[in-house]
Design a protein around this ligand. Structure first.
Ligand code: ZN
Length: 302
């Protein structure tokens, strides 16, 4: 199951204890995800989801709040993924339609109490939301065909301190979060605590991996730097050897030059330790710089 599906299954299983929240949940489903279908002169409201738990939730809520007899059916999507699609068909006679529009209006007109605001976001996400597996990237979105509904979702998110973006995708408005902290907060607000823990553990592992990679890169850069320095020193020493000969150098320089030619991989510190008496890294570096100056002079003469 995808990260998105797991999150939805978790959310759909949460109980709605308060009546106010149940009405908001059903109204949000109707607003965000359903279509009216007319068949044999009978109007139905149809809501489809790839998630069985989400379909069961709308089935239960509509039976409870509208007193109607919804029907669930399963079909297989014809696209390449061939996922199951669960459709909930709610007979939409006049009484049901009136009850639903009354419910939607009462939800839209009044500022929602906090319990209902959380439920509103949870069901907007259940109806038309998705979240990409945080192992890949951080992206959570809710789509809506209606601009006012999209603005409302963004507004309720804003009341919790979130800062969603809104963009257009064909006929859809997309309300999205791209920041890991914000996605984490959103999952917390809507009650997806298992998804939140999974997100946080993936973030920790990713953070550690980045740190390790940074250290490795840094180490590699240092190794490259010392290899390049060693190659340059060898080139200088060989130039001196070819032109005037190493024995013309002062003894402290010729001994380090010989050691460098014998140990091209050694660090300056290691070269210093091979001397008798040993010399520190900066001492070796100082001698290498003198060798470089001599090589530069010789090069100028050639
Ligand atoms: Zn409530």
């Amino acid at each position: 199951m995808s990260f998105s599906s797991e999150t939805k299954s978790e959310l759909a299983r949460l109980n709605l204890d308060k009546k106010c929240c149940r009405a908001v949940a059903l109204a949000t489903f109707f607003e965000a995800g359903g279509v009216f279908v007319e068949k044999r002169n009978r109007l139905s409201f149809v809501f489809s989801s790839e998630n069985a738990a989400v379909a069961r939730k709308i089935f239960k809520l509509s039976k409870e709040l509208l007193g109607c007899k919804p029907v669930i059916s399963v079909s297989r999507r014809k696209n390449f993924r061939k996922n199951n699609v669960y459709s909930v068909r709610i007979p939409a006679d006049r009484e049901v339609r009136e009850a639903v529009s009354h419910m939607i209006l009462s939800v839209e007109d009044n500022p929602l109490p906090q319990c209902c605001s959380r439920v509103f976001l949870r069901f907007a996400f259940l109806a038309a939301g998705s979240v990409i597996n945080p192992q890949r990237t951080y992206h959570l979105e809710i789509t809506s065909p209606k601009e006012d509904n999209a603005e409302r979702i963004a507004g309720v998110m804003g009341s919790f301190g979130l800062k969603p973006g809104i963009s257009r995708r064909k006929q859809w408005y997309v309300i999205y979060l791209k920041d890991a902290d914000q996605i984490s907060d959103f999952l917390n607000i809507i009650g997806a605590h298992t998804a939140l823990l999974n997100l946080e553990s993936i973030r920790t592992i990713k953070g550690m991996r980045n740190k390790v990679n940074r250290l490795i890169n840094c180490e590699t850069a240092n190794i490259n730097k010392s290899i390049n320095a060693s190659l340059r020193q060898i080139k200088n020493i060989n130039l001196i050897k070819r032109t005037i000969g190493l024995n013309r150098l002062p003894e402290n320089l010729s001994e380090i030059a010989v050691l460098r030619l014998e140990h091209p991989d050694a660090t300056l510190k290691e070269l210093g330790e091979m001397l008798d008496p040993p010399v520190g890294k900066s001492g070796v570096n100082h001698r290498m710089r003198k060798i470089e100056k001599i090589a530069e002079k010789l090069e100028g003469r050639i």
